[in-house]
Design a protein around this ligand. Sequence first.
Ligand SMILES: Nc1ncnc2c1ncn2[C@@H]1O[C@H](COP(=O)(O)OP(=O)(O)OP(=O)(O)O)[C@@H](O)[C@H]1O
Length: 481
Amino acid sequence: MSLEPNFEHLRARAVESLFHHLADACVGLIVVDRDARIAWIGDRYLELLGYSGNPDDALGRPVEEVIPNSQMRHVVESGQSMLLDLMDIKERTIVVTRLPLREDDGTLIGAIGFALFDRADRLRPLMSKYQKLQEELHRTRQELAQERRAKYSLSQMIGNSDPMREVKRLARRAAQLDSTVLLLGETGTGKELLAHGIHAASPRAGAPFVGVNVAAIPENLLESELFGVAPGAYTGADRKMREGKFQLADGGTLFLDEIGDMPLPLQAKLLRVLQEREFEAVGSNKVVRVDLRIIAATSRDLDALVRERQFRADLYYRLNVVPITLPPLRDRTEDIGSIADRILDDLAFTAAAPSRELTAGAIAVLEDYDWPGNVRELRNVLERVSAMTDDPALTRDHIRAALPRTAGPAAGGDVPLRSAEGGTRPLSDVLKDTERAAIVGALSRTGGVKAKAAKLLGISRASLYERMEALGIKEDAQGAV
Ligand SMILES: Nc1ncnc2c1ncn2[C@@H]1O[C@H](COP(=O)(O)OP(=O)(O)OP(=O)(O)O)[C@@H](O)[C@H]1O
C-alpha cells in the first residue's frame, strides 16, 4: 500500500522525533547491528556505565565489551524482543526494553535497547516483594523436592541370599529402563523400600518420588487424590486447581501401593494414563499430560483377581512389564541375621541407646520362625524384645518370649479343649478362643495395622472390625499375645 506523501513525511518525522525524545528521556539508548556490535550509544548511557574512553571508540565494538551483562546479543540472535527486564549497572538497577530491528521485508538487521527510567526506585517495592516471593518459592520447592526424593537406596535393602541378589539385580536393571514395574510379594517383604530404591537408582532420581496407598484412601476420594480437582468442580471444591498425585510426580516416579485394591471404574482411567500419559482432573475436560514412571505393588494375587473379574486384564498386562517378586523371609532364612542386625542398629540409633547383639541361639530361633508378616514382623518382634530387656545381648529366651505364641492365623494350638474342671468345653467357646487368638496374633504380626492384619487373615477390613468388636478385642491389641 502506498502512503500519501504527507503521511510518509509524518511517519519519518514521528520515528525521528521518537528516537530523539527517547534519547533525551532515557538514561540509556543503544543500537547494535546484526553481530551485536555497537552502532550507536547515548552519552548518558556511557556516563552511567562509567565509560571513560572516547565515545566514538565505543562504536563498532562487541556490546559486551562496553556493557558486560548486556542481553542485546540474545535479541539479535533470537529475533525476540524483551519488553521489560531489569539490569544491574554498578549499584543501580535500571529497567530496560530491547527490541529487534528489521527491514521492511523482515530481515533482522540489529536491535535497539532503552533504559526507560533512570532509577528503578518506583518499582523497588514491587521488585523486592517479587524477589522475596521468588526466594520463598525456591526454598519451598527445594524442601518439597527433598521431601519427595526417595528416602532409601537399593543398598539399604539388606540380604545377600540368592533370591535377594536376584531381586536387586532385576531392580538395578529396571532402574535404568523407564518401563512400568510391578512389585509382587507378601506383606512386609520390602516392596515399598524397593520402589524407593529403584527410583533412587534411576535417571529420574532428582525428580519427585510420590507414593499413594490405594487401599488406605476411601474409594470416593481416590480419583481426586490421584488426578486432582478442577477449580469449583463440585460444591466445596477449592477455587484453585488442586493437583493430584500424577501431577505432583511429573518428571519422577509414582508409586501405587496396593494396586490390587484399585476400584474397577478407576482402573479404566489408570489404563488410559498408562497408555497415553494423559488424563483429565475431576470436573475438568482439559487434558493434562505427564511424564513419569509408574511402579505398582501388591501383596494380592493379581492373577486370581483378574480371573474373578475384580481387576482388568488389560491393566494387568500394562502394569506387568517388569515384574519383580520379593521372596518371603522364610525362603531366605540366611538373610534374617543381617536384617535383624540392621534393625537393631536402627532402633538403637532412634532411641539414642547402645546397639544390642543377637546371640547365636537367638538367631537360630529367629531363623526357625515362619514370619508371616515378613520383615515388618521381624521389626515388631525386635522392638518388643528391646522394650522388654536392657541386656546388651539378646538371647534365645528373650526372642522366644517376644514371638507370638500362635504359629499362624489358623492355629489354635494354645486354646484349651478342656475346661478347668476337666470336662470337654463347648465347641462354640473353643472356636471363639481360636478366632480371638488368630486375630490377636495377626494384629501382633502387623504391628496393629488392621488393613494388613485383615489381609493376613484373608478377610475384609470391615469384617475384621466386626469380629474384633464381637470378641471384645481392643483396638490396640497388638502385642497382647
Ligand atoms: N531387605 C530389607 N532390608 C532392610 N529392611 C527391610 C527389608 N525389607 C523390608 N524392610 C523393612 O521392613 C518394613 C516393611 O517393608 P515395606 O513397607 O517396604 O514392605 P511392603 O512389602 O511394601 O509391605 P506391604 O505390602 O505390607 O505394604 C520397612 O520398615 C522396611 O524398611
